[in-house]
Design a protein around this ligand. Structure first.
Ligand code: SAM
Length: 284
């Protein structure tokens, strides 16, 4: 066990700084201070981040941290922390790690006992979710779905019976295909498309999957899909495999089996006794 009291030690710190997803005035004074005062800023693209930082008159040392090159990138940052330097990790927009690079270095830096400190800011997932009008809790953040049709459909089938609101990131040139898959697999549920968040052309399209699919050709810019969960009576249309997976994932995360069954039963509405029988029948 490692306890981190973020501001009560002298250890080098890896700051995870959220940067604006559109509107530059969303960079907080705290974030600007940290970006100005760390020894190094690790970013995805030094040119993109360099421009953003210039806007705030921040002229600090930039190094590049790449998803496809996470091993050496993470090692480089761990070396800097080991030399006593403070490092800020940023992505092109929003939070690092949220469908952006950074997982490896955060896992390693925290395991090695360095401070890992989040610095708040905007993220497309939360902006889209809170303004969607759909039920916010519980929600599942999926991020990008696979781009190949088969893979995407397989993934969506896994989510078909999930009762919680789901959030997908999607690129504009795949939005139509993605909505088509959603329509085929989920049916015509309530759905919200959040576009160009925090920018001048910000738009929320609140409707159903089919309605949004029908206008998808005209949609441009950065997009988030917020999808209503399965509102059918769960036990009638139950996907037992999904229920068992939900329990197993909680157990793998360290929750006791009976608590996992209790949680999944309360989220899905299936009876605790029935779920218990299902999980045990799988064991036998
Ligand atoms: N790290 C970012 C975050 O915290 O939201 C996400 C980066 S991910 C590579 C880029 C995707 O995020 C886009 O394809 C889009 O789905 C979503 N996104 C980012 N900025 C957005 C915006 N201003 N409006 C809508 N979606 C946005």
């Amino acid at each position: 066990m490692i306890r981190q009291k973020s501001f009560e030690n002298e250890k080098p710190t890896l700051y995870l700084v959220a940067t604006p997803i559109g509107n530059l005035s969303e960079l907080s004074p705290r974030a600007a201070d940290i970006l100005r005062n760390v020894n190094v800023i690790a970013c995805e693209d030094t040119r993109t981040s360099g421009q953003m930082l210039k806007h705030f008159d921040i002229h600090n040392r930039l190094i590049s941290y790449q998803n496809f090159n996470e091993d050496p990138s993470a090692r480089g940052i761990i070396n800097l922390l080991s030399q006593g330097q403070n490092v800020a990790l940023i992505s092109d927009a929003g939070y690092p790690l949220i469908n952006d690079p950074g997982q490896r270095v955060v896992t390693e830096a925290s395991a090695l006992g360095f401070n890992v400190v989040p610095v708040s800011g905007s993220s497309a997932v939360l902006n889209a979710l809170v303004a969607s009008g759909l039920v916010v809790q519980p929600f599942l953040f999926v991020g990008f779905l696979p781009s190949a049709d088969n893979e995407r459909n397989r993934r969506l089938r896994e989510f078909r019976s999930y009762p919680m609101t789901m959030v997908f990131y999607e690129s504009p040139h795949r939005i139509k295909k993605c909505l088509k898959s959603c329509l085929e697999i989920f049916g015509d549920r309530r759905c919200v498309l959040a576009r160009e968040l925090t920018k001048v052309h910000e738009e929320f399209i609140r409707g159903t999957v089919k309605e949004i699919y029908e206008i998808a050709d005209d949609l441009k810019g950065e997009m988030v899909i917020v999808m209503e969960g399965n509102k059918d009576d769960y036990p009638k249309d139950v996907d037992y495999g999904t229920l068992i997976t939900m329990v197993s994932e909680k157990v793998a995360a360290g929750i006791s089996r009976s608590d996992a069954i209790k949680d999944v039963a309360s989220v899905t509405g299936i009876s605790r006794r029935r779920l218990y029988e299902l999980v045990h029948s799988k064991d036998n």
